[in-house]
Design a protein around this ligand. Structure first.
Ligand SMILES: C[S@@+](CC[C@H](N)C(=O)[O-])C[C@H]1O[C@@H](n2cnc3c(N)ncnc32)[C@H](O)[C@@H]1O
Length: 323
């Protein structure tokens, strides 16, 4: 319940906040979210000893504290909803169809990197790692899963790797036994999964930061783009395109598509899902010779994926992403 003396987020304040958020992280606040946003930020104002949102906006615009406070505001306002094995059919499509498709080229490159962009508290990252291990991929390909988010609080949780029961609502008993240890603090992800995963702080609007991810074979960006407007969505999709190896695959959430975004991605029709693929021809790397030595057959298209430089090692790339 709102007390009459509590700070009030007027329509004007809400517009100001929407503008700040849009610029900082691309998220669009729908007008009907005003009461929720007011509630979510009210306690923050009390903690800071501020009496009005006008004062809070002055703080958000002030240097050098502004950046940290803006991240806190984004963290408080954003939706971080996630759980293990969410939209499992998509994870299956990834392990059963996309991994075999990309594995031969990855084997030559001696790396297979998956990026979960907007991973929240990490459940998606560990689910990808688990499903990969369950599918028994080639032992010669070192798989790495990188999770990133704009929320440092979420990333700290992801690195801790300990979860409440609610996060396990789509996890079978078999999987719970195989991938988690029960502790007093909650369900702890086993080290066999943790050793495959890394986490880093990346704002999807920050091109330089995104470039630090290096190149990856597969990107999952699920239930993130729904909060962006068309222009931001297009920008982010272009960054993803640049990060993928030729032939690399992008998975979006079930409510998201590239329908209104014109991109160079090709549609990839999987048995129970639709994904987006960077064309194999999309490279200006002069070392690429589609029929040359090191080229491998691409079963879906009958064309070829050639290995990229082995100096593109995943761990080096991933280590460039820090918190
Ligand atoms: C609803 S969660 C999705 C989690 C997971 N991908 C899933 O589908 O279960 C959305 C996440 O996107 C993150 N996010 C929102 N805007 C972002 C941005 N500009 N850069 C990076 N992450 C962002 C939020 O912090 C939040 O944790």
């Amino acid at each position: 319940m709102r007390h009459p003396d509590d700070p009030h987020l007027s329509i004007g304040d809400f517009r100001t906040l929407s503008g700040l958020l849009q610029t900082a992280c691309g998220q669009d606040l729908a007008p009907e979210m005003r009461a929720t946003v007011e509630r979510k930020l009210r306690d923050r104002l009390l903690i800071l000893g501020l009496e009005s949102f006008a004062e809070y906006f002055r703080l958000l615009r002030a240097d050098p504290k502004a950046r940290d406070e803006l991240l806190t505001a984004i963290e408080l306002i954003s939706t971080h909803e996630t759980y293990f094995f969410r939209e499992e059919y998509q994870l299956r499509a990834f392990s059963d169809e996309v991994v075999p498709l990309l594995q031969p080229a990855a084997q030559l490159r001696k790396r297979f990197s998956i990026w979960s962009a907007g991973c929240s508290t990490g459940e998606e990252v560990y689910s990808i790692a688990a499903i990969l291990q369950e599918s028994n991929p080639s032992p010669n390909v070192p798989f790495r899963v990188l999770g990133s988010d704009i929320s440092k609080g979420c990333l700290a949780h992801a690195r801790r790797g300990v979860y409440a029961q609610a996060a396990m609502r789509a996890t079978s008993i078999e999987r719970t036994q195989r991938w988690f240890d029960q502790t007093n603090a909650g369900w702890m992800v086993k080290s066999s999964l943790r050793s495959m995963c890394q986490f880093g702080h990346v704002n999807l609007l920050d091109g330089e930061r995104i470039a630090s991810v290096g190149t990856v074979d597969v990107i999952f960006c699920r239930n993130v783009l729904i909060y962006f407007n068309d222009r931001t969505r297009r920008e982010v999709i272009e960054h993803f395109y640049d990060r993928l190896v030729p032939g690399g695959v992008l998975f979006l959430g079930h409510a998201e598509s590239l329908l209104n975004v014109s991109t160079d991605f090709e549609l990839l029709h999987l048995r129970r899902d639709l994904a987006y693929r960077k064309p194999l021809s999309a490279t200006d790397d002069p070392s690429v010779n589609l029929m040359g030595a090191g080229a491998v057959a691409d079963p879906l298209r009958g064309s070829t994926i050639r290995s990229r430089s082995q100096s593109d090692e995943p761990m080096r790339q991933n280590k460039r992403v820090s918190s």
